[in-house]
Design a protein. Structure first.
Length: 369
């Protein structure tokens, strides 16, 4: 079949909207009609050439929602007509990682996904007879895409696609980091560094679980109002603090935060986040993805004295199990998504979505097919 898609032919060039050839799903795969897709930093990171493992030409996009249109042989967990969210972190429920119940980092299709191909080692996309590669196993910048069955979460049918797509990455990453990775407890003091599309979701996750102080830290004053909309109780702009930002936050939290989150990807901020934790028990979670080659440092005594440094991918969520629950939280009004979708675009306008992100003018731009 043919599918309209925004294709990344090479790094640092705008996406080209063209018609691609798409093969039918093979055994264990499903064809999904993508109804909406968010534009996330990882897509920009790859398109801007920062991802040393970026593969071109490819169909980017990993934050989508759509409808199953066809299933390959042996597919049993979804059927045509089911509404789904593609998962860049699949859940096979059979590999060592899935069975451990200690991580969401399923390894079933890890090797081939990283090479831009389906589990059988080939791509379903092509253009003029030449291979076009998949991206993060999702390729949601195409109106139709093929995914492994284990990489789709079946969701309720009354959830609007232009909002639920954000659960495919940003919402689950932020809210999941609070609920699954940090396991923030009611009454806790929380500090969130970086109030973009991820940090705001950490804030609303912290509010949902009953945190007491929720302190947002951002160098951009316009994030003060954004944070408060989702439950932030205090705002700190580090560029306007007299003296050391860590000491300032330790003062605000009676000796240090119970939980801190880095949502900037800046390794200096990651250190501040760790050191702003309370001695003896504070937990700092790295969510931000740093530029390749960057390293984190702190004095080991910070860890000897009981602070815990950990990280999270996709909010520690087991996609097929947890994503439908997060959709329920949204539909039940426990979390908000609508105000964070700042721009709705057509596929032809997708490059504008990247511009808005780079200019810091959007929280989330969503392309609707
Ligand atoms: P964003 O650019 O929208 O937000 C980042 C925010 O950090 C901005 O508001 C910016 O003003 C602020 N900031 C920058 N420097 C700062 C500093 N020194 N101190 C305080 N604030 C500062 O980005 P986003 O979409 O929210 O994503 C945040 C990070 O999360 C990115 O690195 C992204 O790649 C990563 N991410 C990780 C996962 C995961 O699974 N771990 C998933 C999605 C995104
Ligand atoms: O299983 O080894 C692995 C890799 C899992 C990929 C997790 C990606 C987390 C960062 C995503 C950035 C934005 C989508
Ligand atoms: Zn698995």
């Amino acid at each position: 079949m043919k599918t309209r898609a925004a294709v990344a032919f090479e790094a640092k060039k705008p996406l080209e909207i063209i018609e691609l050839d798409l093969e039918s799903p093979k055994a264990g795969e499903v064809l999904v009609e993508i109804k909406a897709t968010g534009i996330c930093h990882a897509d920009a990171y790859t398109l801007d050439g920062f991802d040393s493992e970026g593969i071109f030409p490819s169909v980017l996009g990993h934050e989508g929602a759509g409808i199953v249109r066809e299933i390959g042989a042996g597919v049993t967990s979804v059927k045509p007509g089911d509404h789904v969210i593609p998962l860049y972190t699949p859940e096979c429920r059979q590999c060592k990682s899935c069975l451990s119940q200690k991580t969401n980092l399923c390894t079933a299709i890890r090797a081939t996904q990283g090479k831009g191909v389906m589990p059988d080692g080939t791509s379903r996309f092509s253009y003029k007879g030449k291979t076009v590669f998949h991206y993060m196993g999702c390729s949601t910048f195409s109106n139709f895409t093929v995914l492994p069955e284990i990489a789709v979460a079946k969701i309720r049918e009354d959830a609007p696609f232009d909002k639920s797509c954000y659960i495919g990455c940003g919402v689950t990453t932020g809210v999941g980091a609070v609920v699954n990775t940090a396991k923030v407890t009611p009454g806790a003091n929380v500090v969130v560094f970086g109030l973009g599309g991820i940090g705001l979701n950490v804030i609303q996750g912290a509010k949902m679980v009953g945190a007491d102080k929720i302190i947002g830290v951002d160098i951009n004053d316009s994030k003060d109002a954004w944070g408060r909309e989702f439950g932030m109780t205090h705002f700190v702009n580090p560029t306007k603090v007299q003296g050391d930002i860590v000491q300032h936050l330790v003062g605000l939290t009676d000796g240090g935060a119970d939980y801190t989150f880095d949502c900037t990807g800046n390794t200096k901020v990651m250190r501040q986040a760790l050191e702003a934790c309370h001695r003896g028990w504070g937990v700092s979670v790295v969510i931000g993805v740093a530029e390749s080659g960057k390293e984190i440092t702190t004095r080991p005594f910070q860890l000897v004295t009981g602070r815990v440094w950990k990280g999270t991918a996709f909010g520690g969520a087991r996609g097929r199990t947890d994503v439908p629950k997060i959709v329920d939280w949204y539909m039940d009004g426990k979390i908000q998504i609508d105000p964070m979708i700042t721009h709705l675009l057509k596929l032809d306008e997708i490059n504008k979505g990247f511009d808005l992100m780079h200019e810091g003018k959007s929280i989330r731009s969503v392309v609707v097919f």
